[in-house]
Design a protein around this ligand. Structure first.
Ligand SMILES: [Zn+2]
Length: 144
């Protein structure tokens, strides 16, 4: 399960509206509880480095990822997930999303943005033993 505040939930949904018709992407920071619940304590916007096909691809600059990770650790936060938007496409992962997901035990949040308005937001946890076995499993989002 992924837990986040209304403020963080709104922030990642608004980000998708702002970048429409292109995809937005960002990073979720926080901590993991003993029962495996991921709790978001901050979000970081990331620039989409995919300029060839920014409406259906996203990619976070590795240098940006390292910087966000370092700044998070200084605050006692870990990277616990990622988010991106699907402009005029369902809030479900694509085969590309699965292929490009490498952070096991992290949440992958997808918001569908229909005609510029954020619609459904779903979250998926990357599970599996390794790259050959990985899958994105539905997970509950708890907004509080
Ligand atoms: Zn996607």
């Amino acid at each position: 399960m992924l837990k986040l505040s209304q403020q963080h939930y709104d922030a990642l949904r608004h980000h998708g509206e702002e970048t429409y018709p292109h995809e937005c992407c960002g990073i979720l920071l926080g901590r993991v509880d003993d029962d495996g619940t991921r709790i978001v304590t901050s979000t970081a916007r990331a620039g989409n480095t995919r300029t060839d096909s920014a409406h259906n691809r996203y990619n976070i600059d590795p240098r940006e990822l390292v910087r966000v990770q370092r700044e998070g650790r200084a605050r006692g936060e870990d990277i616990i997930g990622f988010y991106h938007s699907h402009p005029d496409h369902p809030a479900h992962w694509s085969s590309t999303d699965l292929a490009e997901a490498h952070w096991f035990g992290c949440s992958y949040v997808i918001t569908s943005v229909e005609k510029g308005k954020a619609a459904l937001t779903n979250s998926f946890e990357l599970t599996g033993a390794d790259e050959n076995d990985k899958r994105l499993a539905d997970e509950k989002i708890d907004v509080a």
